[in-house]
Design a protein around this ligand. Structure first.
Ligand code: AMP
Ligand code: FE
Ligand code: FE
Ligand code: ZN
Length: 282
């Protein structure tokens, strides 16, 4: 079984509509995929319908942007939660709204030095999608300022850049609690991806585990080998589910569908523990 539990559509910062993403997953020979757009579940309906039509397994998911009190970015994957849970919905709505204001402020700063307007950025955001730096990167590519999204992230869009603006995001412990309250399965995404920025200390893992964390995304291209070994030992010690996935973003990133996979055992544990929404398996 080829199981990939971390992908993005253009309902956040991927480049394909959900149904197209599901078709691409069939083309890549996957048996099961999860859609995990940033801070939204708006793609679930189209993705689920496409999965049923094309006969591929589908798990509803989401990736929640979080921030610790020391400002470290944490991404939390949620599987099979209730998308209408009021507490969780309130948090992701607050984040999504803050992302919009933040993107506008980043574009204002960038426009002082580069040929970039808010309308240029909006061209790259599907209606209602969760906006992020990748959409600003797309506009910078279109303006000829950089060649690719990755180049934009390596230069003017890094968190260290003078154009960077932070946005509201829930604390990871709060997010874990809310995902559990919504019947979902919280999995810490790419936890040791140090190239993206500072990563959390062991105490934060413990705090998240105490709050109900159920899994660690170990096999992800941004987790270095030594970090993966450490994560595997932690998962064994704490009886956490181990996942592996691509974090596919369509043409927006080099990550290829199925480049990392999750075991059937791990998927079964997720399906047993998630009670807030329903997966579809052929
Ligand atoms: P934001 O949430 O707006 O701060 O932007 C972070 C998002 O940008 C992450 O979720 C990634 O999907 C994406 N991202 C990070 N690094 C890169 C990169 N090098 N190339 C393309 N996309 C990236
Ligand atoms: Fe992303
Ligand atoms: Fe992420
Ligand atoms: Zn992701």
């Amino acid at each position: 079984m080829r199981i990939d539990l971390h992908t993005h559509s253009n309902v956040s910062d991927g480049t394909q509509p959900p149904a197209e993403l599901v078709a691409a997953a069939v083309g890549a020979g996957l048996d099961v995929l999860a859609l995990t757009d940033h801070d939204t579940t708006d793609g679930w309906q189209d993705a689920g319908a496409a999965a049923v039509r094309l006969g591929i397994g589908w798990v509803p998911g989401m990736e929640i942007s979080c921030k610790t009190d020391t400002g470290i970015s944490v991404h939390l994957l949620a599987y099979l939660h209730d998308p209408a849970h009021p507490g969780l919905l309130a948090e992701i709505t607050r984040s999504k709204d803050a992302r919009l204001t933040r993107a506008e402020r980043m574009v204002e700063r960038l426009a002082e030095d580069y040929p970039l307007s808010w309308d240029d950025v909006r061209l790259h955001v599907a209606p209602g999608a969760t906006i992020g730096r990748p959409h600003i990167a797309d506009a910078l590519v279109a303006a000829g300022v950089v060649g690719t999204r990755s180049e934009a992230f390596a230069t003017i869009l890094t968190a260290r850049s003078r154009y960077f603006v932070a946005h509201y995001a829930p604390d990871p412990v709060t997010a874990v609690e809310l995902v559990r309250a919504a019947g979902g399965v919280p999995v810490f995404a790419h936890p040791v991806a140090s190239a993206r920025g500072r990563v959390v200390a062991e105490q934060t893992y413990q705090d998240m585990i105490d709050a109900g964390l159920l899994g660690l995304e170990v096999d992800h291209r941004d987790n270095p080998a030594d970090g993966r070994a450490w994560l595997r030992r932690l998962a064994a010690r704490k009886d956490l589910i181990v996942t592996g996935s691509s974090d596919y973003h369509g043409a927006g990133k080099p990550n290829m569908l199925g480049e990392n996979l999750t075991s059937q055992d791990a998927l079964e544990r997720i399906l047993e523990l998630g009670t807030g929404s329903t997966a579809w398996l052929p």
